[in-house]
Design a protein around this ligand. Structure first.
Ligand code: FAD
Length: 464
């Protein structure tokens, strides 16, 4: 029998998996970043079998990419409660609650010891390339909810799951340089650094003495620009779409967050002194490798062109979620942000800073495809308001829902004082305790990343 009345006959799929068999399968968690590992901790606490698939060959492969960056939320907000309980039972000593760790410290002092507790349940080098329902494409309905999920890895291996917690992040899908959201012509043919290279550390040799273009108006761009300004003989160009850099400079002395104002003030001083050349109204359109370097051409909506030739390009244009692995699932995505539609108004960067996003969980993260949840920074789509602490509450709720404990799933709570979770003042206090930090810090990150209202288009992220 076929599901279709006309056209090719569909292959009849036997109802070979009963509900009971499907529920005996493990939950699959995708991504061993902070939120995927927190999901694993909650699953372990509830005694639910799971497999954690990580594309990288190590824990938190994406965090490792920005290991030199000091985060702006202190340890007390960066450790998941279930993870803490499991770790402490294993003799772990929690780091100083008020300390702001670097990405590398986050891994070494927390995520790696946590992952160790899960042993063989974590599979490294396991990149998920597609997810579906066994025997069901997106169109077929009858019996769908009873069918197990089918997960295909990029080596062709397949496994089945009773539910999927997708914590694969957005770090591996950065926004393009092209000003209209499409890649600029030739963009794929040149090497582009994506946000926050370790300019004063491991990547110094690649930047010092080179002509560098930084594209983007957010705080990641500002941070990179200030780091570059410390290098000798390194001509810096900063390109933004806006007609002026007022928003990027922030409020200066009048800024609600003094250190954020200081970041902007320092940036403005470099622009005014000529140390950084600012190109406004820059709509990246075409990139050509030439004998003299890489020519980056802007064409604004009126057709006016301007160009700059450089040796290195840093794209600080943010991230977007990649939902392609779930293309055969039934997703209900907000057309603007790419989060669920229920979540979108709660995280809208026009309304919220990272500290004012309300607690949310399984209900807000649910798609029409029961049993599939995108969590963590991926759940926010293009909204730059994500915090680990919010992700931890998400997975606590989602795992409770998977356990059938809807009371706990719906009792969502967050304790994120708006000015205490992602605060530059803490960074300053920390620097007073230990002196200038290493890596990209060096005083640069004593200035804040945004807390207050910023537009999605112009923001470099709440804490990124
Ligand atoms: C520079 C920077 C600073 C930040 N600072 C803060 C801060 O101060 N405070 C705060 O709360 N938040 C901060 N954030 C935001 C956020 O908390 C982090 O991005 C956090 O790492 C998100 O965790 P995650 O687990 O959702 O995703 P990620 O950490 O991105 O982890 C996703 C994991 O999934 C893996 N993966 C990806 N695709 C696949 C696939 N197809 N199959 C299998 N595995 C896959 C990746 O390798 C990665 O290990 C910051 C972000 C950045 C970039």
């Amino acid at each position: 029998m076929s599901d279709s009345c006309c056209g090719t006959t569909a292959i009849e799929i036997e109802q070979f998996t009963t509900t009971q068999q499907a529920s005996a399968l493990p939950v699959v968690v995708i991504g061993a970043g902070p939120v995927g590992l927190a999901a694993a901790a909650h699953l372990a606490e509830r005694g639910i079998d799971f497999t954690l698939l990580e594309a990288g060959d190590r824990v938190a492969a994406s965090v490792a990419q920005w290991g030199h960056v000091r985060v702006f939320s202190p340890w007390k907000y960066n450790v998941d409660a279930a993870a803490r309980r499991l770790l402490e039972a294993d003799g772990w000593m929690a780091p100083d609650a008020d300390w702001l760790p670097t990405g590398a410290e986050l891994i070494d002092d927390y995520l790696a010891p946590l992952a160790k507790l899960f042993g063989g349940k974590i599979r490294f080098g396991a990149k998920v390339s597609a997810i579906s329902r066994l025997g069901y494409d997106r169109v077929r309905t009858a019996g769908r909810e009873q069918a197990p999920f089918l997960i295909r890895l990029d080596d062709g291996t397949e496994l089945q799951a009773r539910a999927i917690i997708d914590a694969s992040g957005t770090y591996t899908s950065p926004n393009v340089l092209g000003a209209s959201g499409l890649p600029a012509h030739g963009e794929g043919e040149v090497f582009v650094d994506h946000t926050l290279p370790d300019v004063l550390g491991a990547d110094r040799d690649r930047f010092e003495g080179k002509r560098v273009l930084v594209v983007g108006a957010g705080h990641s761009a500002a941070t990179t620009l200030l780091a570059l300004a410390e290098l000798d003989d390194t001509p810096i160009t900063w390109a933004i779409r806006a007609g002026n850099a007022t928003r990027a400079y922030g409020g200066g002395d009048a800024d609600a967050l003094p250190a954020r104002g200081a970041l902007g003030t320092r940036l403005r001083a470099h622009v005014e002194s000529g140390r950084i050349r600012l190109l406004t109204g820059f709509f990246t359109h075409r990139i050509n490798a030439t004998g003299q370097g890489v020519e980056v051409v802007s064409r604004d909506p009126s057709g006016h062109e301007q160009s700059v030739t450089v040796d290195r390009i840093v794209s600080a244009t943010g991230y977007r979620p990649d939902h392609s692995i779930a293309a055969e699932l039934r997703l209900d995505l907000d057309p603007v942000l790419g989060s669920t539609r229920t979540l979108a108004p709660l995280i809208d960067p026009n309304q919220h800073s990272c500290g004012t996003v309300p607690a949310h969980g399984a209900d807000e993260l649910a798609h029409p495809e029961p049993g599939y949840y995108a969590v963590g920074v991926k759940s926010y789509g293009r909204a730059p308001t994500f915090l680990m602490a919010t992700g931890y509450e998400q997975v606590r709720s989602v795992v409770a829902a998977l356990a059938g404990d809807w009371q706990a799933a719906r009792d969502v709570q967050l304790d994120l004082p708006e000015t205490g979770v992602c605060s530059s003042n803490l960074a300053e206090a920390q620097e007073q305790r230990v002196g200038l930090a290493t890596g990209i810090s060096g005083g640069l990150l004593s200035a804040s990343l945004p807390l207050a209202t910023v537009s999605a288009a112009e923001s470099g992220g709440c804490c990124g």
